[in-house]
Design a protein around this ligand. Structure first.
Ligand SMILES: NC(=O)c1ccc[n+]([C@@H]2O[C@H](COP(=O)([O-])OP(=O)(O)OC[C@H]3O[C@@H](n4cnc5c(N)ncnc54)[C@H](OP(=O)(O)O)[C@@H]3O)[C@@H](O)[C@H]2O)c1
Length: 253
């Protein structure tokens, strides 16, 4: 057995400094992975996630990069390779900012800008890790989508439309990379508490959203992290090109 297998796989979580990404980072580390916690500006929060992983006996590293910046993404993957090993698991979770607006008030810059940045980030991080995964004959790629790609909600047109593009991108990449032992899947949450998005809404709004679920509550970041961990691990090895709806039954297939 090599050191890599003894120490667990190397995971890169984009936007790992808070919200869903922090919960994913902690859970993957608890399951034995060495985790690179990416952030753009919130260094203290990323370092706190790393500290909590290390105090629980895990191994982690905070890595700064704006995932929309090609050279920064390349440098980040090299930094992770040098410090922890080749990235075998990519969880692309970073939340690219977006406008909350009606179609009536929407400008092309708002829609086109979100589409461009969402896809640029997904493209760059995927491009950066695929050569290493290909060489290893193993890879797990998990993208964070949203229920809003399938179920329109008032004023969420930029996020829902751009994440719909991301979901189809995931299927194309899954098809092409499958023969290399790389799986690509999407975890698609409904509203998630304790995130920057959740902080925009009142308690009453959250209660109305909870009432739309079969399970009677909205998700926690840990609910989402558990679905991500399934796709990031070996138990999902024969599942690719799929979307896991983590919405408590808010939208059923
Ligand atoms: N929250 C929800 O209700 C919900 C529902 C469905 C889907 N999702 C999806 O889940 C993912 C995570 O959302 P969240 O709500 O947990 O987000 P969040 O709490 O706002 O955290 C966003 C994370 O992304 C990082 N980030 C933002 N821009 C970045 C960039 N350009 N480069 C690198 N890192 C960047 C942030 O770090 P910095 O602070 O350093 O920028 C932070 O770590 C997103 O893809 C989102 O669309 C969320």
């Amino acid at each position: 057995m090599t050191d890599v297998q003894q120490d667990g796989r190397v995971a890169l979580v984009t936007g790992g400094s808070r919200g869903i990404g922090a919960a994913v980072s902690r859970l993957l580390a608890a399951r034995g992975m060495r985790v690179a916690v990416n952030y753009r500006s919130s260094q203290d929060e990323a370092e706190a996630v790393v500290a909590s992983i290390e105090s629980a006996g895990g191994r982690a590293l905070a890595v700064r990069a704006d995932v929309r910046d090609e050279s920064a993404v390349r440098a980040m993957v090299e930094q992770v390779r040098d410090a922890l090993g080749e990235v075998e698991v990519l969880v692309h979770n970073a939340l690219i900012p977006y406008a909350i607006t009606s179609f009536e008030d929407l400008s092309w810059d708002e829609l086109g800008g979100k589409l461009e940045q969402e896809m640029r980030a997904a493209f760059l991080v995927t491009k950066a890790v695929v050569p290493g995964m290909t060489a290893a004959g193993y890879g797990r790629i998990v993208f964070l989508g949203t229920v809003l790609s399938r179920i329109p909600r008032e004023r969420m047109i930029t996020l829902g439309t751009s994440k719909a593009a991301l979901s189809q991108f995931a299927r194309y990449v899954a098809q092409e990379l499958g023969p290399r032992g790389i799986t690509v899947n999407v975890v698609s949450p409904g509203p998630v508490d304790d995130t920057s998005h959740a902080h925009l809404f009142s308690q009453e709004h959250k209660q109305r959203q909870a009432a739309l679920t079969a399970l009677g509550r909205i998700a926690s970041p840990d609910d989402v992290a558990r679905a991500v961990a399934f796709y990031a691990g070996d138990d999902s090895g024969f599942i690719t090109g799929t979307t896991a709806p983590v919405n408590g039954g808010m939208a059923m297939d």
